[in-house]
Design a protein around this ligand. Structure first.
Ligand code: EPU
Length: 429
């Protein structure tokens, strides 16, 4: 089992490039299954969730390859089965979004309930209800959804909560429906806007993505297109926070300020300069100790639930008491017990974490509990005194491409045990 070792205390300096967005890539890839042709995607991150999805595609009969120029080609011209492999589907959340595409291609499908980070119950009832409203017949048998469909028919759908996954899934299904679909109370994340743009590039007629109401005029079929994944706003936030916690000075290249507004606004509020430059932001801490702040996670454009963990590491060193209230997931504080091992004073009651800032964090062995919780530990380790060892890296590999090399290029003393240069010796002293 690989481990990361970090000798904390080095200010990060230089330029880091933000890669393509995980959540955009996996959703658009699911969309590519709708198309009997070759889709070309640029800026797809080389992360394990992408490879898991490609393995699922291979099982379904689609072929794929990363070209020499880095673009990902997915050829879904000839699919051979509508049964998705359960053990792979259960490794990630976005795999469930292939259900609609398989129904369109085969008129039937079998897709297990998905997996993903253990941060709450994460049901799929909004997906199921929406697909049924569009005309699919779905039954759940032994943890697997079995579906049948003649053709999706346009419908008026109201989402009980602005679910990112359900909005993506239903938008894709409705793109190929007969007639007009209106989805209300939609998620409005930048990824939703880009997925709609991808589908439109393939011939769909979707309007309103990025607002609470999306209108879709169905078309008989979509055609292939070449398209780019947007820069990952969660990586951008993570590197910005890493710069701030180490008192460094980092240019976060390709960060799009308009996608990161809630995080950058809180960073500024606590004493971090986030300077918007062409093609990125420069991040610097302005004071020795940062101010505390209260955060409440909300659907976009509120503060993203995916950033509360990494932000908590920063607030662990603030001067005063901060409260983080998590409203999107019921169990996204598992990482706090690990953060406490590093000396953070953090207690959780219900959906709120109380963080009383301490003057220093101290290294300890810790374990990633989930993807963003793992990133929080890496960021905390960058600031902790001594050598922090982190295991459970499969979580991190799901969403951060070249995390360790990128941080090392900014001057961090960080190593991964599987690295070519081997060993975990990171401190010269
Ligand atoms: N929900 C339901 N029923 C559903 C769908 C969602 O009750 O059918 C609930 C969820 O349990 C959760 C809330 O609605 O409490 C929001 O879930 P949402 O559907 O928006 O999340 P998701 O699509 O499963 C995506 C990202 C997550 C991110 C959320 C929220 C992907 C692959 N995942 O998940 O990303 O936290 O949106 O923004 O796009 C991450 O990147 O670390 C990550 C977990």
């Amino acid at each position: 089992m690989d481990k990361i070792a970090i000798c904390g205390g080095k200010p990060l300096e230089g330029t880091v490039e933000v890669g393509g967005s995980k959540n955009d890539a996996v959703a658009i890839m699911a969309g590519a299954l709708l198309i009997a042709g070759k889709t070309v995607l640029h800026n797809v991150p080389r992360i394990s969730d992408v490879y898991t999805l490609l393995n699922i595609f291979q099982h379904l009969g689609a072929t794929s390859r990363f070209r020499e120029d880095g673009a990902l080609e997915i050829d879904a011209s000839r699919l051979t089965t509508s049964e998705a492999p359960q053990e792979l589907v259960r490794q990630m959340r976005a795999s469930f979004n292939i259900l609609g595409a398989l129904l369109v291609r085969f008129g039937q499908a079998s897709v297990a309930m998905p997996g993903g980070c253990n941060i709450g119950a994460r049901p799929v009832n909004f997906h199921v209800k929406g697909l049924e409203e569009l005309g699919a017949k779905l039954t759940l048998e032994h943890g697997v959804y079995l579906g049948r469909l003649r053709r999706f028919r346009g419908a008026n759908i109201y989402l009980e909560f602005p679910s990112a996954g359900a909005t993506q899934h239903l938008m894709m299904a409705a793109a190929c429906a007969q007639g007009r679909t209106v989805i209300e109370n939609c998620a409005a994340e930048p990824e939703i806007v880009n997925i709609a743009a991808f589908l439109n590039a393939c011939g769909a007629h979707i309007q309103g993505a990025g607002t609470a109401t999306i209108e879709i005029e169905g078309v008989p079929e979509l055609h292939p297109a070449e398209f780019s994944i947007i820069p990952d706003r969660l990586q951008a936030g993570t590197y910005s926070i890493a710069a701030a916690i180490t008192g460094g000075d980092v240019f976060v290249k390709h960060a799009r300020p308009e996608d990161c507004r809630p995080v950058f606004s809180k960073l500024r509020e606590i004493g971090v300069e986030v300077q918007e430059l062409p093609d990125g932001v420069r991040v610097r801490r302005l004071t020795k100790r940062l101010a505390p702040v209260d955060i409440k996670t909300m659907p976009h454009p509120g503060f993203p639930t995916d950033m509360q963990q990494v932000f908590a590491s920063l607030l662990a060193l603030a001067e005063g008491v901060s409260l983080i209230t998590e409203t999107v997931y019921e169990n996204r504080f598992r990482y706090t017990t690990e953060l406490a091992r590093l000396g953070a004073d953090i207690t959780v009651e219900g959906r709120t974490a109380k963080i009383t800032g301490v003057s220093r964090l101290m290294a300890a062995p810790v374990t990633c509990t989930d993807l963003r919780g793992g990133a929080a530990l890496v960021v905390a380790g960058l600031a902790a005194e001594g050598v922090t060892e982190i295991d459970g890296l499969d979580h991190l590999d799901r969403g951060y491409e070249n995390f360790v090399p990128k941080l090392r290029s900014l001057g961090a003393s960080i190593k991964r045990s599987g690295d070519a240069n081997g060993g975990l010796q990171v401190c010269s002293a």
